[in-house]
Design a protein around this ligand. Sequence first.
Ligand code: PLP
Length: 873
Amino acid sequence: MFAFHSLPALLAGRLLQAPAHAAEVRHLLLDSRRVGQPAGALFFALRGPSHDGHRYLPELYAQGVRLFVVEENADLPGGLSAYPEAGIMEVASPLAALQGLAAAQRRRFSGPVLAITGSNAKTIVKEWLAQLLSPDEDICRSPRSYNSQVGVPLSVWELNPSHHTLGIFEAGISEVGEMPRLAQVIQPTQGLFTNLGSAHDAGFASRDEKLHEKLRLFQGPGLERLFYCHDQPAVREAVAALGLPGFGWTSQGAPGAAVQFVLHEADANAPATIEAQYGDHSHTFSAVLPDAPTRENLLHCLAVLLQRGVEAAEIQRRLSRLHPVAMRLEMKQGRHGSYLLDDTYNNDLAGLGLALESLRRQSRPGRRTVILSDVLESGLPAPELYARVAGLLATHGVSRLVAIGPDINEQLAMSNEQWTVVEEQEATRPARKLLIAHYSLLIEFYPSTEAFLATLDPAAFAQETILVKGARRFGFERIVAALQAQQHGTVLEVNLDALSHNLQHYRQRLQPGTRLMVMVKAFAYGSGSYEVASLLQFQRADYLAVAYADEGVALREHGISLPIMVMNPAPDSFDTLRRYRLEPEIYSFDMLREYLRASAAMQPAHQQGHHPGASSPHHPLTSSPSIHLKLDTGMRRLGFEESDVPELAALLREHRARLPVASLMTHLAASDEARHDNFTREQLAAFRRMAAVLEEAIGHPVLKHALNSAGILRFPDAQLDMVRLGIGLYGVDAGGTDQDALRPVSSLRTTISQIKVLPKGQTVGYGRRGSGTAHERRIATLAIGYADGYDRRFGNGVGTVLIHGQPAPLVGSVCMDMCMVDVTDIPQARAGDLALVFGPGLGLPDLAARIGTIAYELLTNVSERVKRVFVTE
Ligand SMILES: *Cc1c(COP(=O)(O)O)cnc(C)c1O
């Protein structure tokens, strides 16, 4: 902990205002949506290309945050006097101050610190080392892959000099010049370089430059040892040339490596034998090494264990217990209207905190429940650990806890100085209530997962949002299976991190001040509207748009509060629109008159003034929602035409008080095609002309917007007040220039139901259209057909799926619920294996081109019967 008043000297800052009460800094805060505990939180107002932390000061202050680091000369909303009790310090760079504070915390720790970098596998190697070394050490490590300019200081801040005995932190960079700053924060005494690959090549002039930048992590005075793979010539040479204290290993007999490994691998699923020669000793280990990356990661870990002198038998014991690193949180529909967050990540305190943030972020109404096992891997004494757990549950708004396991039962079942426990009756079963100050948490206790499952009634969790988080040995996958809605083998997996990445990509291309509307029509392009909308709300999009009123109603019922535009409302839905604060797009005189009629019918005599703003005005429910006027400038689909402008202007002027116009918009017909750019420019010019006249008639400025995804990238000077992002968010750049910078969001996968061996000459499927061949074939039947949205045009060799990463061509026609593929060349394929229909490695634009359509159609065709699973890393 640091006293706030000591920070100006420590971080070269200037105190703008001393806090009303002397204050210690307990935790660091970068995001107003993650306040958790405001007491002792120090907020750093960071600024990025599309983000300015200073904007959130009022919100933070209202939530009780009292300590702030701001940028010199920044405008504080409302001025200093808006924060009378706050301590505010200004610095040249809040990011540098954050890093400086973490570096100071690091200097208080005298134990060893291992830093990991490289192109791939940093997180896996870090997690494995933490598993393998935990019997000997109390480890502080980066949560998940917190390895960035802000992730590293947040991780290092958690080092507790009186508790931890080892720090393991990962560092990742994407540009020249970033690593020395991370090195100053981590100050490693040991290093590990995983490998050099192509990840993040873009930020560097050459692979060699990237390697040298990464190695700057290890050039501080305190470094005693650097673990690396001696079989990568570039790495080996750089380590030697820089005179780093290398500790290399080889599996190819390279001379000069500290450890020599010899591998004897049987087949992929049987354990391999690893002979290790280190110094005068040789040992033999066994481990399952299904692929080359696993092999490399494991050998890095073995090198560390051998160097530390862990006994061979003990190493083997720990290797046998090593488990894969799962780093994702899956969200899926549960039974009885419940919603599940299935977190398979390590069951430690940091992991629990992150999972609870995901839970709190869900906008669904209804109770928030956590099903939690004993928390392992924390290294804290049980009373302190569960006091922290209870505190986390309280600050994240959890109202019900199902506690499974002996430790959590013992620790949370009795009152102590921090809380009181009282008996309660919950539905039909006895429960207890834990009271911490004003907060009350209902708890049901079970000694084991079996005991819980024996009495489980999924209806008792109806409508709840449930986080399921258990240590591995509790086998909580059984609980998830019991609570989740039925799933057949075909799943559309939606990667919410990829979605955030794409959002960020487009945001960075917006002019300052341009707002962002995101199109979530058609079930968010097939991806699942509520989840996508909820993420967009969290990421502070300005507006959402749907095609029909009922899509908007569904979003409101799931707790989405962003302004929502409805593009094609039926005239009889105006009443629904009003009740759900949905804003219609109006594209014809008939509609406009209908709107006026409907609003006259319910409008009270007094009028609401209208103010265009980031979020549209919240008219009370008795008044009409804001409207958006659609102008047709060349799409020839919906909208007022240029010849309509005089009449429209007259109507707007006449009914000024009753027409709360929020925006004027048009839609481009060919923003993605260079050959039509002249036409597009004419559309934009017509829009500006029409908008100028109409805005004058409206009598106040309104938002003007024209661009869709391709337009945002191709016509940056026409971004106006707002843009409408669609397909780009879902990972497809229709214009083609930025495709490589976007991440695929959706993967459609299914399973192999059966494999048959067909003698030569036999045909496959309906109409015998899968004609016979001159050789024997292995044919796999997949559990996906055109009723799931897999297009019939993919039949007969046009489409391929990926099985074990290898292409398998379609054979015969796609059936309603099934299709057949040739797996002759994939001998390891078995019934039950996964087949990827589209996703990473099987891009939508390419697949769409094969059947003469566009990515939009493939995405939106995935039928609603295909379950959506949402994952975050
Ligand atoms: C669907 C839609 C968009 C988004 O288009 P993309 O090509 O998916 O970016 C924008 N504006 C309107 C009016 C739309 O209907």
